[in-house]
Design a protein around this ligand. Structure first.
Ligand code: CMP
Length: 140
């Protein structure tokens, strides 16, 4: 099925100036950018976005990192987009990410891991809506 998923290029990858290289991988895999913008998250916004993790020991470090610089948020659309994006990203921990994945090639640590991608249909819908009103998402 054609799906939409939320992708975030995190502060580490934005700082490395590899936004275009990462977006190219999505495009080469057949995903289309349906919406995109740069945003500097506030602490409250980052805490809200990652609310499912708020009891986890890494929550504060995660939020500190995600507000350390601007991020590039996108809606990716395409056949099986949620899983396809996760395969392109590789494992959360770059040490465990398969060769050739975005995290293997661009991430430095489990916190500075270059990208975020929605993990399931329900979370994708919530995460897309968090950043983009429906009017600003373009199927094409
Ligand atoms: P992300 O896909 O953005 O979702 C939550 C983030 O928490 C994850 O990527 C990691 O960057 C970060 N994180 C830090 N430690 C852990 C951990 N032990 N397990 C999962 N995620 C972690």
């Amino acid at each position: 099925a054609i799906e939409r998923t939320l992708s975030i290029i995190k502060p580490d990858a934005v700082a490395k100036n590899v936004i275009g290289q990462i977006v190219s991988r999505f495009e080469a895999a057949g995903l289309k950018v349906a919406a995109a913008r740069m945003v500097q998250l506030s602490r409250l916004e980052a805490e809200q976005f990652y609310a499912v993790h708020k009891e986890r020991p890494f929550f504060k470090d995660l939020v500190d990192f995600m507000i350390s610089g601007p991020v590039f948020v996108q809606v990716l659309e395409g056949e099986n987009a949620i899983l396809k994006n996760r395969e392109l990203m590789g494992a959360t921990d770059p040490k465990k990410a398969a060769a050739g994945t975005i995290r293997a090639d661009f991430a430095d640590s489990i916190d500075a891991n270059a990208v975020h991608g929605s993990d399931a249909t329900e979370t994708a819908a919530v995460e897309v809506a968090f950043f983009f009103p429906a009017l600003d998402v373009y199927s094409r």
